[in-house]
Design a protein around this ligand. Structure first.
Ligand SMILES: Cc1cc2nc3c(=O)[nH]c(=O)nc-3n(C[C@H](O)[C@H](O)[C@H](O)COP(=O)(O)OP(=O)(O)OC[C@H]3O[C@@H](n4cnc5c(N)ncnc54)[C@H](O)[C@@H]3O)c2cc1C
Ligand SMILES: *[C@@H]1O[C@H](CO)[C@@H](O)[C@H](O)[C@H]1NC(C)=O
Ligand SMILES: *[C@@H]1O[C@H](CO)[C@@H](O)[C@H](O)[C@H]1NC(C)=O
Ligand SMILES: *[C@@H]1O[C@H](CO)[C@@H](O)[C@H](O)[C@H]1NC(C)=O
Length: 525
């Protein structure tokens, strides 16, 4: 009784005394003095704070004056800056948000409803390629474009199976799964990770060997931010042919898009595993009439003539002809898929900010049974009514069906024909407008219920979607968290909870969709 009082008042005193001086003192004491942390720490009264904060906000929905702002930002240039940020955030009672590329669709890498700090990884972005070993070490603050650039600079016959948009950050992308247009041949990003460096909730640093296989398993698809701050990753490169082939073909409903998409569902997941054909569906107006445009984007890991043979045999409905095929190097195919005009220099991959940001909302689904023709026609009708939403179908199969769903936390393997991404974007500010678009995309998602996976209705973690459930203020019950947890991870959720309980029992690394620790969770259902 007599002991609790002084401790309590000490704590309160401590929290009240959190000024930029005392915080900076703590940060300096806990980091390497030969890399002064003061020059990478931004408090709100620093004129660079708004710029640093906004630089990696990639969704305008979360850059309004009412968006919660961090107490301070540390942009580590040395691993001890990460350690100090964790130790001092804990001491002063702040939560930590980790940001690499900032592409989290719901802004969870730079927002919180409680006092918080951002550890912003953009300075830590070295990429070291080792061709003899066919490996690379890549720091989390790097973009996937910077990684592709570094690989291509050293070799024309190696590549890496990760995402399509070059400004995506390695930190979030790798820890959330990572898929791209080589997934049918090679699987996803987390299937090619050999090692990682992580700082845990106590500020300790581990590599694969010292963290152990459970934690190493968890951060390859379970979301890094539930477990620690991942500093860097060692990856295995994959062989790509010197010449690959791409094509892009558009069809409207009047040009038979419905039948071709219908057929696509049967063939795209079974065809040659070097061929990836994505379909992007959007409502458009042609000659004053509403229709749906289906854009078929393909990458084939081989030459045009071979592709033509594969297509004529497997997918004649698309009527591919040689003139539509473009042969190029793998790195140029990265630019083509990123929508750059032919002939663009690979240097654009080094631009970390090259698109104007918009207001966006995305959702995801998995399709396990082909949708009937009437089903598809109903979907087109709904999309034309709503006018805005874009659907992207990404085919599975190939290597994806051969990896067990327990191999990594990413569980969406055999049995999936394709994944759907729902997307809506707009340019106008304001909550009313936002709510209109949000209800529009949610309406389409509801409409799709009969056509997609159920029990659970699965989602892709890297297509972050807070609509499927959140932890509230970090005190979710296990039952609450398992609602969104099973959608992202299916039964891997249970193992993720076990790992979390072991490595971060006190739930220091918590956020809206962090894996709960059994030691701190409320067990009431
Ligand atoms: C234009 C665009 C295109 C995309 N294309 C693809 C695609 O082709 N394939 C695909 O799979 N996905 C794609 N995505 C989704 C993308 O993979 C995810 O948004 C990914 O999480 C982004 O990573 P980030 O580092 O940029 O994001 P951030 O917002 O920085 O982070 C996302 C999450 O990871 C956590 N995190 C970030 N860095 C670390 C770290 N170092 N340690 C621990 N936790 C960390 C954050 O706290 C947050 O929870 C795309 C996204 C966009 C915006
Ligand atoms: C802002 O913070 C940065 C990083 O700590 C520092 O280098 C810079 O001098 C500060 N600027 C001002 C105006 O205080
Ligand atoms: C910010 O505020 C702190 C006091 O809290 C002060 O020490 C520091 O000099 C201020 N920085 C700027 C750029 O005004
Ligand atoms: C979580 O904690 C907050 C604040 O302490 C409280 O308001 C809320 O009711 C709690 N929620 C649950 C589900 O326990």
């Amino acid at each position: 009784m007599t002991v609790t009082l002084p401790i309590l008042s000490f704590c309160i005193l401590h929290f009240l005394m959190a000024t930029s001086e005392t915080i900076l003192q703590c940060l300096s004491l806990n980091s390497d003095p030969s890399h002064p942390i003061s020059v990478v720490t931004y408090f709100p009264n620093n004129s660079s704070y708004p710029f640093v904060l906004e630089s990696y906000v990639r969704n305008l929905r979360f850059s309004s004056p009412t968006t919660p702002k961090p107490v301070f930002i540390v942009a580590p240039s040395h691993v001890s800056h990460i350690q100090a940020s964790i130790i001092c955030s804990k001491r002063f009672g702040y939560e930590v948000r980790v940001r690499s590329g900032g592409h989290d669709y719901d802004g969870l890498s730079y927002m919180a409803q409680v006092p918080f700090v951002i550890v912003d990884m953009f300075t830590l972005r070295a990429v070291e390629v080792n061709l003899d070993e066919q490996t690379a070490w890549v720091e989390s603050g790097s973009t996937i474009g910077e990684l592709y650039y570094a690989i291509a600079k050293k070799s024309k016959v190696f590549g890496f199976p990760a995402g399509v948009c070059h400004s995506v950050g390695v930190g979030g992308h790798f820890s959330g799964g990572g898929y791209g247009n080589m997934m049918r041949r090679f699987g996803i990003t987390v299937d090619h990770i050999l090692d990682a460096l992580i700082v845990d909730a106590e500020g300790r640093t581990f590599d694969r060997k010292s963290m152990g296989e459970d934690l190493f398993w968890a951060i390859r698809g379970g979301g890094g931010a539930s477990f620690g701050v991942i500093v860097s990753w060692k990856i295995k490169l994959v062989s790509v042919s010197q010449v690959v082939t791409v094509f892009r073909i558009e069809k409207t409903l009047e040009q038979g898009a419905s039948d071709i998409v219908y057929q696509w569902q049967y063939v795209a997941n079974k065809i040659h595993d070097g061929l990836f054909i994505r379909v992007v569906l959007s409502p458009v107006t042609r000659k004053g009439q509403k229709t749906i445009k289906a854009k078929f984007n393909a990458l084939f890991l081989g030459k045009a003539q071979e592709l033509l043979n594969v297509m004529n045999k497997g997918f004649p409905q698309l009527n591919l002809v040689l003139e539509q095929c473009i042969e190029m190097s793998w790195i140029d195919s990265v630019l083509f898929w990123d929508n750059y005009p032919l002939g663009t220099s690979v240097n654009v991959l080094l631009q970390r900010h090259d698109t104007t940001e918009k207001y966006v909302k995305k959702k995801s689904d998995y399709v396990q049974q082909p949708i009937s023709k009437t089903g598809l026609e109903g979907i087109w009708k709904k999309m034309m009514e709503l006018e805005k939403p874009v659907l992207t179908f990404n085919p599975y199969g190939g290597r994806m069906s051969k990896v067990s769903e327990f191999e990594t936390p990413f569980p969406h393997r055999a049995g999936n024909l394709f994944k759907i991404q729902y997307s809506v974007s707009w340019n106008e500010a304001g909550a009313d407008i936002a709510n209109q678009y949000l209800s529009l995309i949610r309406g389409l998602y509801d409409y799709m219920t009969p056509y997609v996976s159920n029990s659970p209705r699965s989602s892709y973690l890297n297509y972050r979607d807070v609509d499927i459930g959140v932890n509230g203020l970090g005190n979710a019950t296990l039952a609450q968290a398992s609602v969104w947890g099973r959608k992202y991870f299916k039964n891997n959720f249970d193992r993720l909870v076990q790992v979390k309980t072991k490595v971060d029992p006190n739930n220091f690394f918590r956020y809206e969709q962090s894996i709960p620790s059994l030691a701190s969770v409320s067990q009431i259902a």
